[in-house]
Design a protein around this ligand. Structure first.
Ligand SMILES: Nc1ncnc2c1ncn2[C@@H]1O[C@H](COP(=O)(O)OP(=O)(O)O)[C@@H](O)[C@H]1O
Ligand SMILES: [Mg+2]
Length: 377
């Protein structure tokens, strides 16, 4: 059902992705209720209504049903049952069934493999016994906990069976997957929107650099050839189609030589899509509002080239606690500063980002210059 402005939309999750959804929704004249147990959550602070409760709190879910026309999420660990419960009464995109697949790495990899989507080699470890028959050539690998990992958390590099057993113990023998370490030439991602009637629009491919498993920076459009661009875009569309997904999603890819692998799927807007706020006609958050309200999807293309750098708590905490020198960002007139309103800067915590815009292709010298500014904060 098409939902027109002034109506109330619900956002499950109050992080920075939720915050920019609220801003897009407000821009278009919608109201937003945010559900997040954290009283200080970045999205909750700017929402029309902040329900400060757990994601499976029955009263909160009933309040959403009573007051909102539609609900979406910004966080893959939202209980799928909460989304499905809401769906009985109001419009919900994405639905709990697609979120359930991607919130568990075992289900996610199995889904990709069953749909013949290229993925790297992996082995499922449900219990210690599953380690005995692991092929030796999966080492060196990365052990990843199946659920609740993010930003490189819940991951451990392992180079032999004994270090794997140790790491599995460290993860309290919870279900995991072991992935063979891929030698990466590039990492890219595709953020797309799929409407309820099956139309798909992709933002330009983003090229991502991770440091310590956390996204450091994104160049968009990615510096890749046309064939690679087409291949990753087609694969991302295939993932959305096979999941019967409605809403905004991101697909992360590894490029290794001539091979392309899907790394993982996010059932929500994505950090690597932050550049779309400044550089695209319709941002990933605008698209989330549009798909949720069953309005036509906007134009996902870029009108500028962009380079986005994440601001982690490191900028406040290292080498010793200090307030970053924001003037250094502001002096660059093409640098847009985003801070998420988080009180406590911790090393590795995403506190904000900056997006540099240019009419010209952004080359490595320019990237180095921008990184230097960020490091000097
Ligand atoms: N199998 C792998 N081979 C090489 N690098 C990997 C592999 N798995 C993860 N990484 C690196 O770690 C980063 C984070 O891993 P990912 O599985 O995407 O977890 P998260 O959910 O934390 O984003 C990846 O973007 C990549 O840089
Ligand atoms: Mg990832």
């Amino acid at each position: 059902m098409i939902i027109t402005p002034k109506k109330m939309l619900a956002m499950l999750g109050g992080g920075q992705l939720g915050r920019y959804f609220v801003m897009s929704a407000h821009k278009m004249g919608y109201k937003v209720t945010v559900l997040d147990p954290d009283p200080q959550s970045p999205a909750g602070r700017i929402a029309d209504v902040h329900l400060c409760s757990a994601y499976d709190d029955q009263n909160a879910l009933d309040e959403i049903i009573a007051t909102c026309e539609a609900a979406t999420t910004e966080f893959e660990n939202i209980p799928a049952n909460s989304l499905n419960y809401l769906k009985q009464k109001i419009q919900v995109y994405p639905d709990g069934d697609s979120v359930r697949v991607v919130q568990n790495r075992i289900r996610e990899k199995t889904f990709l493999r069953e749909n013949a989507i290229p993925i790297g080699r992996f082995h499922i470890i449900n219990e210690e016994q599953d380690i005995t028959n692991i092929p030796e050539d999966l080492f060196p690998g990365i052990l990843k906990i199946a659920e609740f990992g993010y930003d490189g958390k819940g991951q451990k590099s392992v180079d032999c069976k004994s270090s794997l057993i140790e790491a599995f113990d460290e993860f309290q023998k919870k279900p995991c997957i072991l992935e063979k370490r891929v030698s990466l030439d590039k990492e890219v991602s595709v953020v797309l929107a799929r409407s309820a009637d099956g139309q798909i629009k992709c933002h330009p491919v983003a090229e991502n650099v991770h440091v310590n498993g956390i996204l450091d920076s994104t160049l968009a459009p990615a510096n890749i050839d046309q064939l690679t661009e087409k291949n990753v875009t087609d694969l991302a569309k295939m993932v959305a189609l096979k999941l019967n997904y409605v809403g905004v999603m991101a697909v992360e890819f590894f490029i290794s030589g001539r091979e392309i692998f899907v790394n993982e799927i996010a059932p929500r807007p994505h950090n690597s899509g932050h550049y779309t706020i400044d550089a695209c006609y319709s941002s990933q958050f605008d698209q989330q509002v549009r798909t949720l309200t069953e309005m036509p999807i906007g134009n996902p293309m870029n009108h500028s080239n962009a380079f986005m750098i994440n601001l982690l708590g490191d900028s406040w905490e290292l080498p010793s606690p200090h307030e970053p020198e924001w003037i250094k960002i502001m002096m660059e007139s093409n640098f847009n500063l985003y801070l998420y309103g988080k009180e406590e800067p911790r090393v590795g915590r995403k506190m904000g980002h900056v997006t540099f815009l240019s009419k010209e292709i952004i080359n490595q010298d320019e990237i180095d210059r921008l990184q230097k500014i960020k490091k000097s904060l």
